[in-house]
Design a binder for this molecule. Structure first.
Ligand SMILES: Cc1ncc(COP(=O)(O)O)c(C=O)c1O
Length: 227
């Protein structure tokens, strides 16, 4: 199948948040793809629409198998189907998890600078944002491991939201880094929520490590983009 990465449909005047801008302005802030959706997906949606009747549905085994197959072929590791649940979006799921695993007044740890919407899920649910800021040496960002452990050890810290690969710094965490974050969370009884929505945007050979694939994972909740 051929994919067109040269042309983008004109979506101005379509009530779109992204392109509701003044002439000459470029909306660089929102993760909304301008290329056409893959033809296989459009065909499947058209087949569904042509039925003309819509109701309540649950994704079945083939849906979860497709996700597991994707991980196996693209990332070399296979999640068990019974580890997966379907959600209607990453952000609604993060908010639900914040409410489920932490309590009002708890600290939810993030690594600033990070995707702004994490803050809404934490603050709207009356939890505190606690950042272990990423250290910047003028060229690269890295984890300040001493600071991270100190903040995870705080008894009010019950949840960490990890971004793997990290938005906005674009860093693909190494397996050793993912493992170390998970081990520290486990040591300090902090649930690790790993947002991996950008997992397929890594360059070839960069070795993205899904949090579900590491050993210390009894306390890991993991998100991926719905394929
Ligand atoms: C790290 C991260 N998580 C989640 C989202 C959005 O998730 P959803 O649209 O599925 O709620 C984005 C979008 O930019 C993002 O960058």
């Amino acid at each position: 199948m051929e994919y067109d990465f040269e042309n983008a449909p004109d979506r101005s005047h379509t009530d779109l948040v992204k392109w509701d801008v003044k002439p000459g302005e470029l909306p660089m802030w929102i993760a909304d793809m301008d290329f056409k959706t893959a033809p296989e997906i459009i065909e499947a949606m058209q087949a569904k629409i042509s039925l003309g009747a819509f109701g309540y549905e649950w994704p079945q085994k083939d849906y979860f198998n497709a996700v597991a197959d994707w991980y196996e072929t693209e990332h070399g590791c296979r999640p068990h189907n019974d580890w997966m649940i379907f959600t209607t979006g990453v952000v609604p799921a993060i908010s639900t998890i914040v409410r489920r695993v932490s309590h009002i007044g708890d600290n939810v740890l993030v690594q600033e600078p990070v995707y702004n919407i994490f803050y809404n899920s934490i603050l709207n649910n009356v939890r505190h944002v606690l950042s272990s800021d990423l250290a910047f040496d003028g060229k690269n960002y890295s984890v300040d491991w001493t600071d991270l452990e100190e903040k995870l050890a705080n008894p009010l810290t019950t949840l960490m939201i990890f971004c793997n690969p990290h938005n906005p710094i674009g860093k693909v965490w190494t397996k050793a880094e993912v493992q170390r974050v998970a081990q520290l969370c486990q040591k300090h009884h902090v649930v690790l929520l790993s947002d991996e929505i950008h997992d397929d945007l890594v360059r070839k050979g960069q070795g993205y490590t899904p949090a579900f694939s590491i050993e210390a994972k009894s306390n890991v909740i993991f998100f991926s983009f719905t394929k």
